[in-house]
Design a protein around this ligand. Structure first.
Ligand code: FAD
Length: 384
């Protein structure tokens, strides 16, 4: 290992930049090099699904350019630089023909969008939005358009549906399940969100999938599994994300659904750590901001020499569907218990109760959404 080598962080998303911010609170001097495949602009990814509501385009959502971040954080940022491999034995990152030595390496390289194998000749009008550059391309392509079809009714699909309606667009949502956000919300809460989005003008086509996207004039024609056809100017694919594991796996790191790390964010390779959307932390893949912030705080300490395990508190998720304010704190996977529902129209308070009567999770919509903080205090933290 080369002791003089810098700490190298791959990724300038919320994980990479949050980690450096936390680290610089503790250590102003250790050299850090950040490597990113994109332009390194700092932005808050959750805001991508609020652009029309807040009247901000990609430029408006950018928080700081790369030079400003480099100066503010005292780091070198290498933009448009794609990592192609890791030589863990030599403590070197492989960047095409170049090698970059590291003392400690942090993988914060996020998740890839899942792409469906669709048929048709209109696939260049299908957009996935997983970073600011994607968002810029989408907004540019949408200029002059009026109709957007969204594949997927998960959190991201629903948020874009609400945001695009707020921007005055016609929105169709196509998804295979019987309701929205099936893996996140209990059914009555999901139905409340679906109902309010429908009232807002979103057209749902549930229980079916898009099979084919073909050119049709300036837009596209979608053919659904149920035989229905729809017209749109553009399609958003919001069918899910998969942690980026391939390069880690090729380098011999343990991987599962994500790059496997323990609670100290250590991978199976010496001096290599991972956090954020690419990481499976102690068996859990949580593609949200609160977990990555907790990881950034713990890892910053570890990198200064004080080995620290992450401790997840209670981490509610706010769903940005302003037509039906919603917050959810899913119960732990496999937890015993059942949902108790209080409901009046689209105002739903669902509490997941253990057999002993403890609240292990909740989902609240409409007027009950204001209770989220109080309920979050009742739910035990993920790490006791
Ligand atoms: P990313 O932001 O994806 O950063 C990955 C970085 O790695 C990028 O800089 C990329 O260029 C770089 N990279 C990748 N591969 C390579 C390579 N081979 N070489 C070099 N660099 C590479 N979470 C919430 O908690 N609340 C919300 O309301 C919420 N809303 C969301 C709305 C949308 C539309 C989306 C898409 C996500 C939302 N999320 C939300 C999830 C949250 O934004 C993510 O969990 C978080 O931003 C992930 O950050 P990250 O830094 O781990 O990954």
């Amino acid at each position: 290992m080369t002791n003089q080598a810098p700490i190298v962080i791959v990724g300038t998303g919320l994980s990479g930049y949050s980690l450096v911010r936390e680290f610089r609170k503790l250590d102003k001097d250790t050299p850090i090099v950040m490597v990113t495949a994109d332009d390194g602009v700092s932005y808050s990814k959750p805001m991508l699904s609020t652009g029309f509501t807040k009247d901000k385009d990609a430029q408006g959502l950018a928080q700081a350019d790369t030079e400003a971040m480099a100066e503010q954080l005292g780091v070198e940022v290498r933009t448009y630089t794609t990592v192609t491999g890791i030589d863990t034995g030599k403590h070197e990152l492989i960047l095409g023909d170049e090698r970059l030595g590291y003392s400690n390496l942090v993988l914060a390289w996020g998740a890839d969008v899942i792409r469906l194998g669709l048929a048709g000749n209109g696939l260049d009008r299908v957009y996935s939005i997983n970073d600011l550059l994607d968002y810029r391309a989408f907004r540019k392509a949408l200029e002059g358009g009026k109709r957007v079809a969204i594949m997927g009714a998960g959190l991201i699909g629903c948020e874009f549906a609400n945001d695009l309606r707020n921007g005055g667009y016609e929105v169709d949502v196509i998804a295979p399940d019987a309701t929205v956000m099936p893996s996140l919300l209990p059914e009555p809460a999901a139905e409340a969100v679906r109902h309010e989005l429908t009232e807002l003008g979103v057209r749902f086509h549930l229980g079916t999938v898009v099979e084919q996207v073909d050119e049709d004039g300036d837009g596209v024609r979608l053919t659904l599994g149920n035989g229905e056809t729809l017209q749109a100017d553009l399609v958003i694919s919001a069918v899910g994300l998969r942690p980026r594991t391939e390069l880690a796996k090729a380098a011999g790191l343990d991987t599962g659904r994500g790059i496997q790390v323990n609670r100290a964010l250590e991978t199976s390779a010496e001096d290599v750590y991972a956090l954020g959307d690419c990481a499976e932390v102690d068996g859990q893949v949580l593609l949200y901001v609160l977990p990555l912030m907790a990881c950034a705080r713990a890892l910053a300490k570890t990198l200064t020499g004080e080995r620290t395990e992450v401790r997840y508190g209670t981490m509610p998720i706010m769903v940005k569907t302003p037509c039906c304010p919603t917050a959810v704190c899913p119960p732990p996977v496999g937890a015993e218990g059942n949902w108790q529902i209080e409901q009046e129209a689209s105002d739903v308070k669902a509490l997941f109760k253990s057999p002993a009567g403890e609240t292990l999770g909740f989902a609240v919509t409409g007027r009950f959404a204001v209770e989220k903080q109080a309920l979050a205090r009742e739910v035990p933290p993920l790490h006791q």
